[in-house]
Design a binder for this molecule. Structure first.
Ligand code: PBG
Length: 317
């Protein structure tokens, strides 16, 4: 008789047959640095996540490394907005300064990734150049390229373009190679949906678009065919890693892409997904195991790498 419960009889047999393992080596922790801050400040309505000053981020990185969280995704918030995004491109932008500080201090003990986008830097809060109410794709590419080059020059290990402009991976790859940054890698936000789950992040990064929404560049979750198209394009354009975002509501997309590609696949458990679970636990609606369960589900769906705000917390014990 087949009795599946035999393999669930006790802890040891359950352990023996398990085949989905979450390793901290495969996790990426997002971190936020804000220009003009003197010390770290908890971000309102982003339970447990902080804006750092350049000083406090160094302590944070040290703590993360001690816990074995060694891959970090850096987001910057400038003190003033500028549609030409010199606040992102200049050598002294908050992100470029932070990259230099972190890499000078921790060298290759940390793998540092910069999120490259315009939305936290522009007055209008869109991810591209806004012209007469529309996003100009190719003008946006120039700025994304300049930000990427400046981050590479500061010593970042990997560029993660999150803007969703067409052709950005190839433009960034070519520019990096031309300047000799042949080892600076690219993780593209390949399949990025126009999602309400980014709400807490946009609050934190002051990046809600002032007018309109991101529907003309981020993907429509009611349309399923462009997930593969976007992924294959990013691979062809030279991305080293591709990504699906958000994660929990898009596990089918992760699985589908996993079957089609032979490159590392990342999934981003985004701010709204994190916060739903945090708030449920805070209000005693669920217990903390739900964090690990959610991440294991993302892994089981096919993600090799997970970007998650839980990375530090889960490996604290
Ligand atoms: C920037 C960017 C966003 C996120 C990562 N990079 C927000 C957006 O596209 O509006 C979302 C991350 C999160 O919600 O945790 N374009």
């Amino acid at each position: 008789m087949i009795r599946p419960r035999r393999l669930r009889k006790n802890k040891l047999i359950r352990e023996l047959v398990r085949d989905i393992h979450l390793n901290k080596e495969n996790l990426i922790q997002p971190i936020f640095v804000k220009e003009g801050l003197k010390e770290k400040t908890e971000i309102k309505s982003f339970n447990g996540i902080y804006h750092h000053s350049i000083d406090s981020i160094l302590y944070e990185v040290e703590e993360l490394l001690e816990k074995g969280i060694t891959k970090l995704l850096l987001f910057g918030l400038p003190s003033s907005k500028d549609d030409q995004v010199l606040n992102a491109i200049s050598e002294d932008s908050i992100v470029n300064k932070t990259i230099r500080e972190i890499k000078n201090r921790f060298k290759d003990d940390v793998y540092l990734i910069s999120d490259v986008c315009l939305c936290a830097y522009t007055t209008h809060g869109h991810c591209g150049v806004l012209e007469n109410g529309r996003i100009n794709n190719d003008k946006s590419l120039k700025l994304l390229k300049e930000i990427s080059l400046s981050n590479a020059l500061s010593g970042v290990d990997m560029i993660a373009p999150s803007d969703m402009m067409d052709k950005r991976a190839s433009v960034i790859r070519k520019a990096l190679d031309k300047k000799g940054f042949v080892d600076t890698s690219i993780m593209s936000y390949s399949v990025k949906y126009n999602s309400s789950f980014y709400g807490p992040f946009r609050g934190a990064q002051d990046s809600h678009p002032k007018n309109g929404d991101r529907a003309s560049y981020q993907m429509d979750y009611r349309y399923s065919k462009d997930a593969i198209i976007e992924t294959l394009l990013d691979i062809k354009e030279g991305s080293d890693i591709v990504m699906v975002k958000p994660a929990m509501a898009y596990l089918d997309v992760i699985s589908k892409i996993k079957e089609k590609i032979n490159l590392p696949l990342a999934a981003y458990q985004v701010s709204g997904e994190y916060l739903m679970l945090k708030n449920a636990v805070k209000n005693n609606i669920m217990n903390k195991n739900v964090y690990m369960e959610s991440l294991t589900g993302i892994k089981r769906a096919g993600a090799d790498i997970i970007i998650t705000y839980f990375a530090k917390e889960l490996f604290s014990e």
